[in-house]
Design a protein around this ligand. Structure first.
Ligand code: CS2
Ligand code: MG
Length: 408
């Protein structure tokens, strides 16, 4: 069996999805996702210029050898751009494998460990009252877990994932449009003084059963993170996410010495080497990688298995920028993984998105139910794709009040 061609599409309704389609001499094709939010054209170029010319003629069933060929053959290894490009190829080859076997991918991994996979929504608000309305909305929608982010009184601009004005509390998505990033101004002291009490009031309002998650989004130093984690411990969070930048994997030791709050880290990681010490030293409770830019299913399964040895559960990234293809790969891993934790779920779910990516995966009552169709269980409508093109987009950047660059 041979790969005969491959195409890359960049664009989509509201987001620049990067979609790979690999064709074979037996007519079976595979789909993969290389969407790297904020830098979408780069994995697309890596695929078109370097990877696809080498893919032609390879046997699509040899997905492990192909992964090793591109990973080891690059010489300059890892990085989100390369790992997103390999991730798309790997996803597409698993899709082909599932179609050849006539099985949904979770069957090839070892079958189902659960029917529905718990998901969480993003509640947000310009202030705490607004956020409470947002949480109430998602609870009414049947979500059992909600991430909570709110505006901080006195903060010079809106903070991460928080609207400027009140009322944008449902399916709010940060605006990344334009290649010149917007600038957020951040004051850690205001955040540290306000947020623990806000989280306590949310717990008091919604009771003990609601799973409450909060994303610090890399904003604190290790010492500040330890102090903050200690302050929020009584709230009983489901997890505290990205409390401090985790390139310095040892930095989490200080937090662990001061708090038992569950810690979730990993969405910015792109390989097992970014997180193996966090996992092996049990410095985190949830690993947050995304299948797309952590090298695809083959590499992320290795991370999940390592995590399973150390009581670490999965909490795959699933932000609005995630393509339904990447989310489908995660849905199959969520159904299989014995150490599944929770899935972030913000696929746009608009009619345009559903038309571009026809799929039988579905989410209801706060649970995701994986498709039983062979392979990934998502298709791609090239006619619909012709309606979209790349639109320059960039994350905001963050500065402190004195102008110092900080972490978005
Ligand atoms: C966030 C992301 O979903 C999350 O947990 O951290 O939305 C993140 O801000 C974006 O993926 C950045 O592109
Ligand atoms: Mg996050």
């Amino acid at each position: 069996m041979k790969i005969t061609d491959a195409k890359v599409f960049v664009g989509g309704p509201a987001k620049n999805y990067v979609t790979l389609k690999i064709m074979t001499d037996q007519g079976v094709y595979g789909l993969g996702d290389a969407t790297l939010n904020n830098r979408e054209t780069l994995p697309a170029a890596y695929l078109r210029d370097y990877l696809i010319p080498n893919l032609i003629g390879m046997d699509p069933r040899n997905s492990e050898d192909i992964w090793q060929f591109f990973y080891r053959g690059a010489y300059f290894r890892r990085g989100p751009i390369a790992m997103a490009a390999y991730g798309a190829i790997d996803m597409a080859l698993w899709d082909i494998k599932g179609k050849l076997a006539g099985m949904p991918l979770y069957q090839l991994f070892g079958g189902k460990s659960r029917d529905g996979a718990l998901v969480y929504a993003h509640a947000t608000g310009a202030d705490l009252e607004d956020l409470m309305d947002s949480i109430a909305y998602y609870v009414e929608q049947g979500y059992k877990a909600v991430r909570v982010q709110c505006g901080i009184p006195g903060m010079p601009t809106a903070s991460y994932a928080v609207p400027e004005e009140k009322g944008h509390t449902r399916n709010y998505i940060t605006d990344y449009t334009g290649i010149r990033p917007k600038v957020e101004i951040w004051d850690t002291d205001r955040y540290r003084r306000y947020m623990p009490e806000a989280l306590a009031r949310i717990r008091e309002r919604f009771g003990p059963d609601l799973k409450i998650l909060h994303d610090v989004h890399h904003r604190l130093t290790p010492r500040e993170a330890a102090e903050f984690a200690k302050a929020v411990e009584p709230v009983g969070l489901f997890w505290l996410e990205d409390p401090t930048p985790a390139e310095d994997q040892d930095a989490l030791r200080l937090l662990r010495q001061h708090s038992t709050v569950p810690v979730a880290i990993g969405e910015v990681f792109n390989s097992i080497w970014d997180c193996n010490k966090l996992i092996e030293n049990e410095l985190i409770d949830f690993i947050r990688v995304a299948v797309t830019y952590a090298g695809g299913i083959t590499h992320v399964k290795r991370i999940v298995d390592l995590a399973g040895l150390h009581h670490v559960r999965t909490g795959f990234h699933g932000a609005p920028s995630h393509s339904p293809l990447g989310m489908a790969a995660q849905a199959h891993l969520n159904a299989w993984a014995p150490n599944f934790g929770i899935q972030e779920y913000l696929v746009l779910g608009t009619p345009e998105c559903d038309a571009l990516f026809p799929s039988e995966h579905n989410m209801r009552n706060g649970m995701m139910y994986v498709s039983d169709a062979p392979g990934l269980g998502v298709d791609f409508d090239e006619g619909e794709a012709g309606r979209y093109e790349y639109k320059p987009a960039s994350h905001p950047v963050v500065r402190l009040e004195d102008g110092t660059m900080w972490n978005y």
